[in-house]
Structure formats: structure tokens, C-alpha cells
Design a protein around this ligand. Structure first.
Ligand SMILES: Nc1ncnc2c1ncn2[C@@H]1O[C@H](COP(=O)(O)OP(=O)(O)OP(=O)(O)O)[C@@H](O)[C@H]1O
Length: 376
């Protein structure tokens, strides 16, 4: 057996990377001390306990990659994400998800800003996908579909639907796994169209101001790009398809309610967010400890939707976002411990190939009204 076959039969671990954002204005104004050191050459993060003077008690964690306050969006993408997107273009499933305390840069990392240098992972992946497609010969035909959902207060909502507040059902198919009944899938033909779809969906996302972040995402969002590739079509053969699926996940932030002083709707949201994140933590623990064999995927919508990305047929990268300030010590340690456990999750990614099928365009719900909005 070749080395690569041995590796694929044993699977591969979830890749875990950590990114520390720069101090924000409030932290600088309050002259807060930075307690996080990012040692890029050793792929380590050192955290000082601010309660112990002189930095005597430092905790060190190692990851697949670490990114400091100076790291650019481009460096994060090319260092930790572009390989997974390249695999999706060969027919693998890939998931990139951002995890961390509220206000630590998950949305910045995933979506980023408008100018070229501040574009996050999602728009950078659009460019990679379409550059690849344009480079291929006409013997390979591509069909790219996209969907965008959020999990808000334990309800799954379609961010690309006119009725984006309606709750959709999570279902499971014996062979294809978990899916959302009635979720809009839009066919896109260029990186520009993908960007327009992202913008439309973002406007429908549930966002609110908390004490810790003015534009806090109050939901978990999943942007999914499915790439079908049809090749080998000749007079004698109808060819075969490969299907790669890329999930780009921006989780809502974990937060201590005592710090956010939330009440009413914000408190309800925060409670649901924390519940889903602890369900995710329980899934990670069960996968790593593997004592009972039971993995509690069904405890939340989020864990059901991420089932294939954690312990399944997917190449997964977890980006743990942290802040540098001494006041965030507890949250930073909790994120790093969470991330440290996730390193031990094994997945079994394989190419999704069908020797008989053709690109099934007729099966795809192409929302004509939406498409004209997107391309108009
Ligand atoms: N690496 C970075 N460089 C520059 N600014 C950053 C960086 N990371 C985050 N920021 C800024 O910090 C603020 C909070 O970031 P962001 O909204 O992405 O956090 P979040 O983790 O998504 O929060 P929430 O969980 O509340 O949605 C934003 O103003 C963002 O632009």
C-alpha cells in the first residue's frame, strides 16, 4: 500500500490554527496589558496569567499554525485554507470554521472588509475556485451552486430566501446524510456572482450590538459552495462526476453573560448560542475520548449540520480566534483548551465520485427571481 493510501485509510486530523487579533480602541484606551505571545516559528501560543505577577505562570499551546496581530488576511488564507479549497476542487468535502469569544475576529477572518487586502476567507475562496475553473480545459464541465443559512435561536433559516425568517427542517438521508429541506441553492457562474450572493445573504443575517462588539453575529452561519465536475464524456461514455463541497462557517461568539450584561432578546440569544457551543464542545470531547462510541450530534442543530465535518468525510480546519487583553484571560484559555482538544479529531475524507452520474442540472432549484437580482 502506498504512503498516501495508508494515510487515507487512517484518516487525518482536524487542522487547528489560532489567530490573535490586535488590541481594539477600547483596550488601548484602557491601557490593558497584552498577555498573549504568538511564537510563529514554533507554532505556539503563550498566555500569561494576569493574576500572577512577573509572568511566572505561562501556559503554552501548540497548533498546526498560529497567526499574530500583524498577520494579513492573505497569509491566513494561503497558510491554512487554500489547500482545503484545492481539495474541494478535486471532489473532497472541506469545512473551515471560525470559533472564539465574541469580538475576537471570526467574521473579520471569514468575511473581512471590502478592499482587496482585507478580504476574508470566503471571498478569497471565490477567487481561487474561479481561477481554477478558468484554467481547466473544456473537457471538464463545472456546475457551482451556493446556499447560505444561519442557525438562530435553534432555528435553521435560509439567508437566500425572500422569507429568510422562516424556520426550515433538518432531515437526514440514508446515503447522503444531513440536509435542509427546501434550502435555496443558486447556480453561480463567476466569483463576482458569488460575492453578490454573499452580500444578499449577509443583509438577512441576525446581528445585534452587545457591550463587547457593536456588530455581533447573533447566529451561526454556514455558506456552502458545491462544485460538481463532469469529465470523461465521449461518444461512448456519458462520463463521471466528482462533487466537492466547501462549508464556510462563522460561529456566533461565546460569551459570559455576566460580562455582556445582556437582557431580554439578547439574553435569550446568548443562552441559545452558549448551548449550541457547549453541544459542539461535547461532540468534540466524545470524538476525542471515544469511550462510549456515542457522539451527541443530535443535541443541537449546529452539531447536526457539522456532523460530517467533525469525525466524518471532510477535510476540516478550525480557526480559533482570540483577543490579546488581560481582561479576556478566562475566555482566551477556554478557547485554547477547546481548540487543543479539537486537534485530536480524526476525519476520513474521500473523493465523492460517481462513475455513472451526470451533472444533474435538472435537480437543482434555480431561484430565477434571485438570480436576476444577483446578476442585475
Ligand atoms: N485581525 C484583525 N485585524 C484588524 N481588525 C480586526 C481583526 N480581527 C478583528 N478585527 C476587528 O475587531 C472587531 C470585532 O471583530 P468581529 O466582528 O469579526 O468579531 P466576531 O468574533 O465575529 O464577533 P461576534 O462573535 O460578536 O460576532 C471588528 O471591528 C473587526 O474589524
Amino acid at each position: 500500500m502506498s504512503k498516501s493510501n495508508q494515510q487515507s485509510s487512517r484518516g487525518e486530523c482536524v487542522k487547528v490554527v489560532v489567530r490573535c487579533r490586535p488590541q481594539n480602541r477600547a483596550e488601548t484606551a484602557a491601557s490593558l496589558r497584552s498577555i498573549v505571545s504568538v511564537v510563529t516559528s514554533l507554532k505556539q501560543i503563550d498566555v500569561e496569567d494576569p493574576r500572577i505577577p512577573s509572568g511566572a505562570d505561562r501556559k503554552t499551546f501548540s497548533f498546526d499554525s498560529v497567526y499574530d496581530v500583524e498577520s494579513s488576511q492573505h497569509q491566513v488564507y494561503h497558510g491554512s485554507v487554500s489547500d482545503v479549497v484545492a481539495s474541494v476542487l478535486h471532489g473532497y468535502n472541506g469545512t473551515i470554521f471560525a470559533y472564539g469569544q465574541t469580538g475576537t475576529g471570526k467574521t473579520y477572518t471569514m468575511e473581512g472588509g471590502v478592499d482587496e487586502a482585507s478580504k476574508g476567507i470566503i471571498p478569497q475562496s471565490f477567487a481561487q475556485i474561479y481561477t481554477h475553473i478558468e484554467e481547466q480545459s473544456h473537457e471538464v464541465q463545472f456546475l457551482v451552486r451556493v446556499s447560505f443559512l444561519e442557525v438562530y435561536n435553534e432555528e435553521v433559516r435560509d439567508l437566500l430566501s425572500k422569507d429568510s425568517k422562516r424556520a426550515l427542517e433538518v432531515r437526514e438521508h440514508r446515503s447522503t446524510g444531513v440536509y435542509i429541506k427546501g434550502l435555496t441553492a443558486i447556480i453561480v457562474k463567476s466569483a463576482k456572482e458569488l460575492e453578490k450572493v454573499l452580500e444578499v445573504g449577509k443583509k438577512n443575517r441576525s446581528i445585534g450590538a452587545t457591550l463587547m462588539n457593536q456588530d455581533s453575529s447573533r447566529s451561526h452561519s454556514i455558506f456552502t459552495i458545491t462544485v460538481e465536475m463532469l469529465e470523461g464524456v465521449t461518444k461512448e461514455s456519458s462520463g463521471h462526476t466528482r462533487v466537492g463541497k466547501l462549508n464556510l462557517v462563522d460561529l456566533a461568539g461565546s460569551e459570559r453573560q455576566s460580562r455582556t450584561q445582556a437582557s431580554g432578546e439578547r439574553l435569550k440569544e446568548a443562552t441559545r448560542i452558549n448551548m449550541a457551543l457547549s453541544a459542539l464542545g461535547n461532540v468534540i470531547s466524545a470524538l476525542v475520548d471515544n469511550r462510549t462510541g456515542h457522539i451527541p450530534y443530535r443535541d443541537s442543530k449546529l452539531t447536526r449540520l457539522l456532523q460530517d465535518s467533525l469525525g466524518g468525510n471532510t477535510k476540516t480546519v478550525m480557526i480559533a480566534n482570540i483577543g490579546p487583553a488581560e481582561t479576556d484571560y478566562e475566555e482566551t484559555m477556554s478557547t485554547l483548551r477547546y481548540a487543543n482538544r479539537a486537534k485530536n479529531i480524526r476525519n476520513l475524507p474521500r473523493i465523492n465520485e460517481d462513475p455513472k452520474a451526470r451533472v444533474p442540472q435538472s435537480n437543482i432549484r434555480n431561484n430565477a427571481a434571485f438570480c436576476s437580482r444577483v446578476s442585475g
